[in-house]
Design a protein around this ligand. Structure first.
Ligand SMILES: Cc1cc2nc3c(=O)[nH]c(=O)nc-3n(C[C@H](O)[C@H](O)[C@H](O)COP(=O)(O)OP(=O)(O)OC[C@H]3O[C@@H](n4cnc5c(N)ncnc54)[C@H](O)[C@@H]3O)c2cc1C
Length: 437
């Protein structure tokens, strides 16, 4: 297995707004356990919580190569989505598959909602809905087709044009949008942190501890870390964009690196100058356009790069080059705001499949995997984490049947053809969305 080097950057705006972690344990002895979970993002943390709920006499260990919850789960844009327009490389032409997909999103939202309520989590939850928007009036047709699809599926939605959008968003940049009432905006790092803080007492967490190798022998799984090993009865892989590096479902998913920036809070004058709008979130109509939010505390968040590269976190030099694009993206939308309000910039990794489908399966006896949600992991990851735990406890649920009925990820060609294909596709989408970044 290829060795990779996961190091947290300290620049994620969401993480910087919450307290620093204390009591961080790394693995420094050989252990045995009933369950070993690799990856402590939404998926792994939910799996651990559920396994404990199912049987709190079991020994459960969860391991992360960096700080728990501080990978993609804290670095994302905070849209808990009910619908998506550009999930995968194709538009959602197939109504039946789209229905299955939004059913999974719905179950994801309900899982997070239940968790947030049960543990009284403060994660700046806002049932604000979201906009799919474009600066190009030519995209009115795409907006209307999507709106019709949503209406057919009973999702409340509305088409809005430039002047209405200016009032709602405080920018004249957008010419057309579909507003969907469902979908929640939240602070992803607060949600991920709460999942770390509420881990049950029979779950042991080890951080800054990277799985290097694993093998099955005599019905047990032996997992090797830099100094120590863990022998477990079961293993659940929840490493999302890093599944390939562990040789898991190698030909079905690949990592994409994204970068984002967040400004300082706008001051009163700046906020008034854009019309003092309510918190909002915009997703692009054209794939590869910018995701942009005005947060509850009046910051602007922008994510407008997506690329294929080694999934290790990005070095400072490469990140700086992408920040220039974030600055331009904000300037295009808010030309009257000061030039560079950005306080934090960071990179993060999402996991994609060729057809936008997720991974959820028993690979062989006692070995399980869940992941690959592109931009819908807040809900789907939390939901899949719980359901993979149930599956690993030999339980069959209605939800597992719904998940298993989804379209499965398609087979991907080997390297170098895969990267050439992705690179070409992203370049094409980037060109088509050049006005929208
Ligand atoms: C910039 C950005 C914006 C996004 N926007 C959204 C959004 O608005 N809405 C949404 O729903 N989703 C969004 N996503 C996607 C979302 O963040 C992911 O789908 C979600 O975090 C997946 O959760 P996870 O637990 O499966 O994986 P992750 O959160 O990626 O966690 C996997 C963990 O595995 C660990 N790991 C990997 N390899 C090893 C190893 N060998 N040993 C030990 N540990 C290992 C990693 O350190 C990591 O912590 C975005 C992602 C990014 C990067």
């Amino acid at each position: 297995m290829s060795k990779f080097n996961l190091v947290n950057d300290n620049e994620c705006g969401w993480i910087n707004q919450i307290s620093k972690r204390i009591n961080i344990k790394t693995l420094n002895e050989d252990l045995i356990s009933d369950y070993l979970i690799i990856g402590a993002g939404y998926t792994g943390l939910s799996a651990a919580r559920k396994l404990s709920e199912i049987d709190n006499s079991k020994k459960i260990i969860i391991i992360d190569a960096q700080l728990a919850g501080e990978g993609g789960s804290s670095r994302n844009s905070g849209y808990l989505v009910d619908t998506t327009l550009n999930d995968g490389f194709t538009s959602n032409k197939d109504l039946n598959n789209y229905k299955k997909k939004v059913k999974i999103y719905d179950l994801g939202i309900e899982t997070v909602r239940r968790y947030v309520k049960e543990y009284q989590v403060d994660c700046d939850w806002n049932d604000s809905g979201k906009y799919f928007a474009s600066s190009k009036i030519d995209d009115e047709y795409a907006a209307k087709s999507f709106s019709n699809l949503l209406t057919n599926l009973n999702f409340r939605n509305q088409i809005l044009f430039k002047d209405e959008l200016k009032k709602k968003l405080g920018t004249s940049f957008y010419n057309v949008a579909v507003y969907t009432n469902g979908g929640i905006l939240l602070n992803p790092a607060k949600l991920a942190r709460s999942m770390v803080d509420t881990l049950p007492s029979n779950v042991e967490l080890y951080e800054n501890t990277q799985l290097l190798n694993w093998k099955k022998s005599n019905n047990k799984i032996e997992s090797q870390f830099s100094k120590n090993k863990i022998i477990s009865n079961n293993i659940i892989f929840c490493t999302n964009g890093f599944l390939r590096t562990l040789n898991i479902k190698q030909n079905y998913s690949f990592p994409i690196t994204l970068t984002a920036s967040m400004t300082r809070p706008l001051n009163d004058n700046e906020f008034e100058s854009i019309g003092s709008p309510q918190e909002w979130g915009v997703l692009p109509i054209r794939p590869m356009g910018a995701t942009i939010r005005l947060t509850k505390d009046k910051r602007i968040l922008i994510r407008n790069t997506a690329e294929i590269r080694n999934p290790n976190l990005m070095n400072e030099h490469d990140l700086k080059a992408r920040v220039k694009l974030h600055i331009l993206g904000i300037k295009k939308r808010f030309p009257n705001l000061p030039d560079n309000l950005i306080e934090n910039s960071w990179s993060g990794v999402v996991c994609r499949s060729g057809n936008g489908s997720q991974i959820f399966e028993k690979l062989e006896k006692n070995i399980y995997v869940a992941g690959c949600y592109n931009g819908s992991g807040i809900g789907v990851g939390t939901f899949f984490g719980e359901q993979i735990a149930l599956m690993a406890s030999n339980q069959q649920t209605e939800e597992i049947s719904i998940i298993e009925d989804r379209k499965k990820p398609n087979w991907l060609p080997p390297q170098p053809f895969l990267n050439i294909g992705i690179y070409t596709r992203l370049a094409y989408e980037r060109y088509k969305a050049r006005s929208e970044t």
